[in-house]
Design a protein around this ligand. Structure first.
Ligand code: ADP
Ligand code: ZN
Ligand code: ZN
Length: 695
């Protein structure tokens, strides 16, 4: 017997090895490979080996039972195919790092805890108590609201669902089999409550549910609400867990001890059986896309997983991605709308301050406009809370010599270094390089060094200066070394110990602070300047999300946006928060420019320390693609990437737009063979299907 082995290396093809013992498909093995030993997955078997090849024996077998079960295995195959990425790398990403056979052997031999079921190898299921029954018992014991299905749940407060919520819930729960749903609910419309009741419904039927969130740290409330409603039934998978904790959580799921999993991107691989529901919260978030190999999008992968499992999948957002809304519009997804805030609360009133006029009036550039200062004062007097968003960390965006125009760039990246006053350093936000800010210009020796553009550190200082008696908190990656810092500040804000919370987009996410009645947005223009066709979409999403933090309690909210381009359609449409108008407007642009969601897009990035070699390889790839070109295809580039150099790598980029997904797919398949056949040495080439970042 021979096995097809996918080695965990960036290689698309699989290799044949002779088997010397019994191995289940999906098990990991160690095999000799080009004078090394590498790990791989057994993905299939064959009777004969190819005659013209020298075939080696498998070195050792790491797993006695497969860690990647057959359903997850199928999902991995889909990813490998759709994202044109090596199956070995996908399988590796599907497991928690550091998991080894001994963890799982424990699964096989130790008695199950809490009535859970020890997992059996595929094919040995007969006679096993179904985990569904175990879950049913769990939910009957553990969930107090179960017996009163249609009445308000205890854990969530004493309220009746809104008509929109009721409708959404019944549409989600009455379906059988694969059912993709876009749940478009404005901020504060009670989406989380719909998720939780849909999960309850699942558990009642003895099934399991998977909840994906963009970043756990940013959604502690959602996690807490689930943990509270479903005690002992929820496993949590996220990146701030230690390796060991992550393995333990994963094992609880693998053993069938918990019916609910909440997790970030990679939780889409959670080994739940009997899956009936997947929720993707804030489906528009870019953090669902993995930016390293395998470059999968967890939202789209979740839809595929639901399809394979015959489950419902709910994509929830107040600002759906253009892609998902397009899928709803073309009836690929069911579309459910929550149009009102709970308890009839109004959406906040949004106002835009023209910062050019502000400059004219003040005679200098200011961080906080008079209008915003006055609105904050009013909140302080009334004992209400304020959030202020500035989506850049640090003190000053960059240092500029006013004498010769010199700016301080990172040595390794083509970006300006950001000034951080608390540590008195210039930092590169791309590679982390730190250096002391010089007192004199290294070019002309002048001492007229100017700090340009503000960050959250400066905003905090400015707020302290303007409101010396206010209690001010700040949230960004510098202030938050650990998830606990984050929880402490958010907890303080919730408890009313903080009056003004300033921060980066970390504060824009799904928080629910009833006493916030003012949200300020500073530097709202910045993202529009990025060379990215999604800039307007991102800006609209961020503004709508952050505005949604205001007026969630009894008192109505207000939003003040500071902009130098107040007439831009993104701001005008954000004022009214009319998503459909934005979608229509943006669709016209995307169609005209041949961009997603109306075409399939792939990015090819060529990176090399040697600038000439990077450019040459990119040109060769461009020529190769040209030779395959068809009418459905448009190719942009090769051209230097907007961020031309990162971590000393010179980067060149090509974009492929295709009217047909399958044409694109064929083209990429041939490109990958071409890349693997050509020995490119130190040059690295990345294929990114459905890229979310083009920088
Ligand atoms: P969203 O996720 O859509 O922004 P949430 O689910 O966080 O909204 O709901 C906002 C708040 O309203 C939460 O505190 C929630 O407990 C509460 N809530 C949800 N549904 C209702 C309802 N039908 N009546 C009253 N309050 C509700
Ligand atoms: Zn100078
Ligand atoms: Zn750098």
């Amino acid at each position: 017997m021979y096995a097809d082995v996918a080695v965990c290396l960036p290689l698309a093809r699989t290799f044949v090895y002779r088997l010397n013992q019994h191995v289940e498909p999906g098990c990991r093995v160690v095999v000799p490979f080009r004078k090394r030993e590498v790990e791989g997955f057994v993905i299939g078997f064959r009777k004969d080996a190819p005659a013209d090849l020298e075939v080696h024996e498998i070195g050792s077998v790491l797993d006695t039972i497969p860690l990647v079960r057959s359903d997850i295995f199928r999902l991995c195959r889909w990813i490998a195919n759709y994202y044109v990425t090596p199956i070995g790398e996908v399988l590796k990403a599907a497991l928690p790092p550091g998991i080894s056979a001994k963890h799982v052997d424990g699964v096989k031999h130790s008695p199950p805890r809490r009535g859970g079921v020890a997992r059996q190898p595929a094919g040995c299921r007969a006679g096993v108590v179904s985990s569904a029954e175990t879950f049913r018992q769990h939910s009957l014991e553990a969930s107090p609201c179960r017996a009163r299905a249609s009445r308000p749940p205890l854990g969530g407060g004493e309220f009746a669902l809104t008509a929109d919520q009721t409708n959404a819930l019944s549409r989600i729960t009455c379906s059988h089999g694969f059912h993709p749903v876009l749940l478009h609910g404005i901020t504060g419309s009670g989406k989380t409550e719909v998720y939780m009741q849909a999960v309850e419904h699942c558990l009642h039927a003895g099934k399991t549910a998977l909840i994906l969130v963009p970043e756990i740290g940013l959604t502690p409330q959602l996690t807490d609400r689930f943990a509270e409603r479903f005690p002992n039934q929820t496993a949590i998978l996220h990146s701030s867990l230690t390796k060991r904790q992550r393995i333990d959580e994963w094992l609880r799921i693998y053993r069938g001890e918990v019916p609910i999993v909440i997790g970030t991107r990679s939780a889409v691989f959670a080994p739940l059986e009997n899956l009936a529901l997947i929720v993707v919260d804030e489906e528009h978030e870019t953090s669902y896309k993995q930016e390293e190999v395998p470059r999968y999008h967890a939202r789209d992968t979740a839809v595929m997983r639901a399809k394979l499992a015959g489950a419902a999948v709910v994509l929830g957002s107040a600002t759906p991605s253009m892609e998902s809304f397009h899928n709803a519009e073309s009836h690929k997804y069911d579309y459910l709308m929550l149009t009102t805030r709970v308890e009839g609360r109004p959406l906040p009133v949004v106002e835009i301050v023209n910062m050019r006029e502000e400059y004219a009036a003040e005679g200098k550039q200011v961080v906080l406009s008079r209008r915003l200062l006055q609105a904050v004062s009013a909140r302080l007097e009334r004992g209400e809370q304020t959030m202020i968003l500035l989506n850049r960390r640090g003190y000053a965006a960059f240092l500029l010599c006013r004498h010769c125009g010199f700016t301080f760039q990172c040595n390794s990246c083509s970006v300006a270094m950001t000034y951080h006053r608390s540590i008195e350093k210039l930092l590169c936000h791309y590679c982390g390089l730190a250096r002391r800010p010089p007192a004199r210009c290294p070019e002309c020796d002048s001492e007229y060094i100017h700090y340009v553009g503000e960050g959250t550190e400066r905003l905090e200082a400015e707020l302290k200066h303007q409101f010396p008696d206010a209690r001010i908190g700040r949230i960004d990656r510098d202030a938050m070394r650990h998830i606990r810092d984050y929880e402490r500040v958010l907890g303080g804000f919730r408890a009313g110990d903080i009056d003004i919370l300033a921060g980066t987009q970390m504060i824009a996410k799904g928080h629910d602070f009833p006493r916030v009645t003012l949200v300020g947005v500073i530097g709202a223009d910045a993202p529009l300047a990025l060379p990215d066709f999604r800039a307007a979409e991102r800006t609209f999403q961020l503004l709508t999300q952050v505005a949604g933090r205001s007026g969630r309690g009894d008192r109505p909210g207000e939003v003040v946006i500071q902009s130098y381009f107040p007439d831009h359609y993104t701001f005008q449409l954000a004022i009214t928060q009319r998503f459909e108008d934005f979608y229509a407007r943006e669709s016209r642009y995307r169609k005209a420019m041949f961009y997603p969601p109306f075409t399939a897009l792939a990015g090819i990035m060529v990176a090399d320390r040697d600038a000439v070699r990077a450019g040459n390889t990119a040109r060769e790839i461009g020529e190769y693609l040209d030779s395959l070109r068809s009418n459905a295809i448009r190719i942009l580039g090769p051209a230097p990437a907007p961020l031309e150099r990162i971590k000393r790598m010179h980067r060149h980029q090509l974009l492929i737009k295709s009217a047909s997904r399958s044409t694109l797919h064929q083209l990429l398949g041939r490109l990958r063979e071409y890349i693997e056949d050509r020995k490119l040495g130190a040059t690295r080439v990345f294929i990114d299907v459905d890229p979310v970042s083009l920088l």
